[in-house]
Design a protein around this ligand. Sequence first.
Ligand code: ADP
Length: 338
Amino acid sequence: MTESQLSRLLTGLPLPAMLVRNGDRVQACNAAAVALLGEGMVGRHPAIAVRAPAVLEALTAATPDAPPQDARMTLRREGQEQVFQVTVSALGDGLVLLVFRDVTEEERAGEMRRDFVANVSHELRTPLTALMGFIETLKNAAKDDPKARDVFLGIMEAEAGRMNRLVRDLLQLSRVEAEERVRPKEPVELRGLLQGVISSLQGVAEKEGDSVLLTGDTVTVPGDHDQLVQVFTNLVENALKYGKAGQVVRVTLSPEETVRGPAVRVEVADEGEGIDPVHLPRLTERFYRVDTHRSREMGGTGLGLAIVKHIVSRHRGWLRVESVVGEGSRFSVVLPLG
Ligand code: ADP
């Protein structure tokens, strides 16, 4: 291949690419490689541009008889760590081609998937271990003890209920994620919907001696009725769960002007213990809880707010959390009208 053909080849590649001659001189770079590694690389030693030992090793080892090799390289750019997969192929005549592919997002997604699977397994294993322990006890020690049997069956029921809620929330989350790109369109009347949510939680509120107060005018938004029921059920349920006994939970509907046009804001405010600001940015992550023990005790799965976030984002809205420790928390959902 002539010089000009090689240079055209590099220009035609959609990824950063670099040609190295005899392992010690950068012959050419395309514009994407210059943007990635900086100007003035041509004619210099490749180690100046590429500092990753794995890539330099692959460069030295490359021969036209062997298949191309992949090596990893990390770069710090604008304070962020980026991971590249560098494919090193010997072309013959002492020429080696390096192609750089940014795999930062891929690696992060893989890591999140692994964390998620580990979390789910752990969350399921805890109640399962308890169930297996009690089954064993019922088969042996407690076989002829009706009193103990009743106690154990009660605990087993609670543990099975926990597994059931977890699976229900996981399925819900995956359904919402699958549809997240499709914005729902059916008209949903919010005041009536909120009234329904509050009625269905009346029993929970009464048990705590709480009351729930709804204010605001009727308004209709484009949405998915059942999913919005889920959003406000989770928020009001949390307000009741994490609020102090005998409190008033206020659900307020109000119009809001946003940069993207008119919207409605639904605020759920409790008089609870509040949330320390350090937790706020992570609150909607799956399985993130301020107090794991407390959440479990109250039947929480740690998925409620993750579900809320995904549904709200499917509605092209957003969730805002404000909280003062010792005073209470305010969860606001803003939903665009148009
Ligand atoms: P959980 O099933 O644990 O309630 P969520 O995703 O609904 O899961 O909430 C995550 C965590 O956020 C909870 O464990 C709790 O620590 C905190 N939280 C949620 N709502 C409130 C609230 N109204 N007041 C105080 N803390 C809250």
